[in-house]
Write a protein that binds this ligand. Sequence first.
Ligand SMILES: Cc1ncc(COP(=O)(O)O)c(C=O)c1O
Length: 440
Amino acid sequence: MKFSKFGQKFTQPTGISQLMDDLGDALKSDQPVNMLGGGNPARIDAVNELFLETYQALGNDGSFREDINSTATSSMANYSNPQGDAAFIDALVGFFNRHYDWNLTSENIALTNGSQNAFFYLFNLFGGAFTDEKSESVDKSILLPLTPEYIGYSDVHVEGQHFTAVLPHIDEVTHDGEEGFFKYRVDFEALENLPALKEGRIGAICCSRPTNPTGNVLTDEEMAHLAEIAKRYDVPLIIDNAYGMPFPNIIYSDVTLNWDENTILCFSLSKIGLPGVRTGIIVAAPEVIAAVSAMNAVVNLSPTRFGASIATPLVKNDAIKDLSDNDIKPFYQQQAKTAVTLLKKELGDYPLVIHKPEGAIFLWLWFKDLPISTSELYETLKEKGTLIVPSEHFFPGVDISDYKHAHECIRMSIAADEDTLAKGIAVIGEVVRKLYDEAK
Ligand SMILES: Cc1ncc(COP(=O)(O)O)c(C=O)c1O
């Protein structure tokens, strides 16, 4: 069978397809797998209980059936309009205005089928071929101010890959008073000198905060600087809050979240524990919301209402925020501590440095001068039943052939239970020690 160029582009092997396949295979496998590779959220009892209660209540509240005594229509038995479930959008408007002084209206929010779906829309809206004022064609890209960045961005452009990315400053830092950590910072000098930025070939700036894969949290100063650059060049600043504030709030550093009409905030229900309901939320200027709604109509007719129905009461009564602050965030903070302790025990005397854990559900490990690339390390670990993700997938828009650092790191999920975490880290320790020892 012959596929179109579009078909060929979307069926070629990609980092994200490898990752999702590994994740699915591990869940199906009858052999024990130490799954430190995927982006699945952890099983947290308090979270599961609340969702189960809400889910059970859904069955009795008319969501699946028209109530002859009510004028309300049942959410599950009807499509919403392409912008998304109106009751959830209203609840979100109330929620964000209660917690931030953003003065949102329902024209500022659209829903998507997961935030991955939102990035597909947004990167194709703001990256790719444009016609400028002189009717000439301009190819614009999405500026990633700090790579490594989220693997899932890499292949979403309908045509080619349109990223311009900046490599980070690497600062050695301490964490909880201990040595052996580093933190990435935006290289603003390199960013401001990018020809693509100066010549109008950037369509939007985007960063995840906390960042997948590293757990880095861009500081408020860095965000303010990015917002200023975005305004100066008249492009939107897209902030991916998949792990950020106010839910799931897996963020340990003391930072704030801002919004204005030049900012596009993306949220998701996935990392609070509902990745299967595929619900993404976009907060943006009405013009962007109208564009996303139009794309929803073509691609999905209307976005799924299931996640919206589960989350509406939790957003109305702030349970989603309480759950994030009191259960989800402390859980991952403890997991990060446990994983760091185990890693230091296994590899404390070896050249391992860890990105300062500031949020998200991963640790980012840098094996300085590792004798093999981490893509090769990934294969060896996979043979031993331990899955991680090698760093080379996390540099969209960068030619990493001569950038050693991009071949020396791995992303390790900390969402697994303690036993899996300990077993997986023991395997990583054993393999990596041997590699360094044999190279001596
Ligand atoms: C940084 C980041 N953004 C977006 C997504 C997409 O999430 P979803 O489509 O489940 O909302 C993920 C998923 O892992 C992520 O890590």
